[in-house]
Ligand binder design. Structure first.
Ligand code: CO
Length: 169
């Protein structure tokens, strides 16, 4: 099994453009399984490929006992408005309220390459939006006010300095 680590902001891979999944093969199945394990090991509810350093349109979400695999996902419709606190494995210790739709329909592919439409509400809709943001290089703190964003960035730059992690974005 390949060893991946969670990439923490300001790791530049979190901003990099992602490419669509083209090959629905055994390698993809193994990668998705790998991501599930990393998500569970870190108590996350979702994980997107850029968060383990891969610029690929792939994310996993686990909610109420169901595992969702989002491949080349696209939000095709959304409704309502909801304002709730969110966190992210790439932003340890950072939480903030983010406005999201109350419900979404997402077009995606499953691991066999079949197109599927997923309907989600509330927390699950929020999780889907958060992961799809990742695949577009958009991050938790981009939803914060400029002041809150700047405080969060400072906190993580400090953390990075202490740990001597990676490069800046
Ligand atoms: Co995240």
């Amino acid at each position: 099994m390949e060893h991946y680590t969670i990439r923490v902001y300001p790791d530049p891979v979190l901003r990099r453009e992602t490419r669509p999944v083209m090959d629905f093969d055994q390698e993809l199945v193994e990668l998705a399984r790998n991501m599930e394990e990393i998500m569970f090991a870190n108590d996350g509810v979702g994980l997107a490929a850029p968060q383990i350093g891969l610029s690929l349109k792939l994310a996993v979400v686990f909610y109420e006992g169901v595992l969702y695999c989002l491949i080349n996902p696209e939000i095709i419709s959304s409704k309502g408005d909801d304002y709730m606190e969110e966190g992210c494995l790439s932003f340890p210790g950072i939480y903030g309220k983010v406005r999201r739709p109350l419900s979404v329909s997402v077009k995606s592919f499953d691991l066999d390459g079949n197109e599927q439409i997923l309907h989600a509400e509330g927390f699950l809709a929020r999780a889907f939006c958060h992961e799809i943001d990742h695949l577009n290089g958009k991050l938790l703190i981009d939803h914060f006010s400029p002041m809150k964003k700047s405080l969060a960035r400072k906190k993580l730059f400090r953390l990075k300095k202490e740990k001597g992690l990676g490069e800046d974005e």
